[in-house]
Design a binder for this molecule. Structure first.
Ligand SMILES: C[S@@+](CC[C@H](N)C(=O)[O-])C[C@H]1O[C@@H](n2cnc3c(N)ncnc32)[C@H](O)[C@@H]1O
Length: 441
């Protein structure tokens, strides 16, 4: 039977292949590449399928690409990167999804036409059928290849083995899981118990996140437009680990607080939900992302002074009055949130880590003089790498005799030489690191 060719942009598998090329070969993030591709699809189910395919294929990329290497007689040419990515998408469906395999193969072969590569229909069909036939041998053949077994880049596996000799396998496994969908209830509007009742009335299955006072986890993700009370500001989307930051600051009425890397404002909003009578200044270097804080605070009915600026150059924006609290949620490798952003596996390079470490150190050094004596600076990252976390704080403490460490009052995670690390999957949470510093003079 001759297959009708779908117009460019309207085939979800072909659209997903193009998104993957942008992430893998052009270094674009999923957050920028995916929405543009989804906007071209008329059907919301197709848009959801593209999302499933790109997230899943990136999550398992290193495994699938090794399989593909064993299935192709010779590598594809560079100009066929879209076909290469489509083949990975085909393998992802067969290896990881509970789709009927006949449909997965048929639709992937069909998508080849949308890529204008009719010549590759036979090849695509053969690769996928051979995978179905030989999957057991292919699975056995990768057992000595850690990148393929754990579906992570080799350099990251090696760093995790060195930083977390007893936990690296759990971290890698957690990174490959689908993340939970978590909410923070705005305690200015209602209690968590009341919101759980609202969810139950609407047959939305949810449970409290025990380590937090406002956190709730839904058993299935839901579009925010379908979340009861979202537009009214009763609730925000935020992982449980990120919800630990604001309570650690122990805010009191009248305090001056600096949120130094604030966008999109999840933690800024949480602080203001916990303590309305605090004066919060929220800074971000990215003016567009600062708009997101504005939107989020507006929806939640909260107020802060917003500044677009470089937190590392206080001379440009600081009025000279010290802060009682500083939150430095520093730019980092995001190696603790790979389960939410599997594109990090492709985008992050080993050399990025040292650059980030230098940038974090520069931010710490620049912000420290802004803290009042007796005040607290909370340093956090969504990284699991010691260089960005415990070692970073150890180096800072060596260089600042007026700084001392306070205990991180969090019941979960691992105590480090300095600070506390929540590993991805610990109590279901994202990977996060926290260190509390106080200024003694
Ligand atoms: C981890 S995100 C912050 C997340 C935010 N705290 C929240 O909870 O929603 C890091 C942020 O730091 C910002 N950033 C990076 N370098 C900065 C700098 N030198 N000064 C101010 N902001 C910076 C980035 O634009 C990014 O929005």
């Amino acid at each position: 039977m001759a297959l009708a060719k779908r117009p460019r942009g309207s085939d979800p598998r072909a659209a997903a292949a193009r998104v993957l090329v942008q992430v893998r070969d052009k270094g674009r993030s999923l957050a920028t590449a995916l929405p543009a591709a989804q906007a071209e699809l008329a059907d919301a189910r197709d848009a959801a399928l593209v999302q499933e395919l790109v997230y899943g294929t990136l999550r398992w990329y290193h495994r699938l690409d090794t399989f593909l290497g064993g299935l192709l007689r010779k590598p594809l040419k560079a100009r066929d990167a879209d076909l290469h990515c489509l083949l990975l998408i085909g393998l992802y469906q067969l290896d990881q999804l509970a789709l009927p395999e006949r449909v997965a193969v048929h639709e992937t072969v069909q998508a080849v036409r949308t890529l204008d590569k009719d010549w590759a229909r036979g090849l695509t069909n053969a690769v996928l059928r051979n995978f179905q036939r030989d999957r057991q041998q292919l699975g056995q053949a990768i057992t000595g290849d850690e990148a393929a077994v754990y579906a992570h880049p080799r350099w990251l596996i090696e760093r995790l083995q060195s930083d977390w000799p007893e936990h690296w396998q759990e971290i890698l496994a957690a990174n490959n899981m689908r993340p939970p969908f978590c909410l923070r209830i705005n305690q200015q509007r209602m209690t968590r118990t009341e919101y759980l009742e609202v969810l139950a009335e609407q047959d939305i299955d949810a449970s409290p996140i025990a380590e937090t006072s406002q956190g709730v986890c839904l058993s299935k993700p839901l579009a925010v437009t379908r979340l009861p009370g979202f537009d009214a500001g009763n609730v925000s989307v935020q992982d449980g680990a990120a919800q630990l930051a604001a309570p650690l600051l122990q805010l009191q009425p009248g305090m001056r607080v600096l949120d130094a890397c604030a966008a999109p404002g999840g933690k800024t909003a949480h602080m203001l939900e916990l303590a309305t009578q605090v004066e919060v200044t929220a800074i971000d270097i990215d003016a567009q992302r600062l708009d997101r804080i504005h939107e989020n605070l507006g929806r939640l009915g909260l107020r802060a002074a917003l500044l677009a600026g470089d937190a590392g150059r206080p001379a440009d924006w600081w009025d000279g009055r010290s802060f009682d609290r500083i939150l430095l949620d520093a730019p980092c490798s995001a190696s603790g949130v790979i389960r939410r952003h599997p594109d990090i596996k492709m985008l992050r390079r080993p050399a990025d880590i040292e650059v980030l470490v230098q940038r974090q150190a520069a931010l710490l050094n620049a912000l420290w003089p802004l803290l009042a004596t007796g005040g607290m600076l909370l340093y956090c990252t969504c990284s699991v790498l010691a260089a960005e976390n415990s070692r970073q704080i150890g180096d800072f403490l060596k260089q600042h005799k007026d700084a001392s460490e306070l205990p991180v009052m969090v019941a979960c995670g691992q105590r480090c030489e300095h600070g506390r690390q929540i590993l991805p999957g610990d109590n279901g949470m994202d990977g996060f690191y926290y260190a509390c510093l106080t200024r003694t003079a």
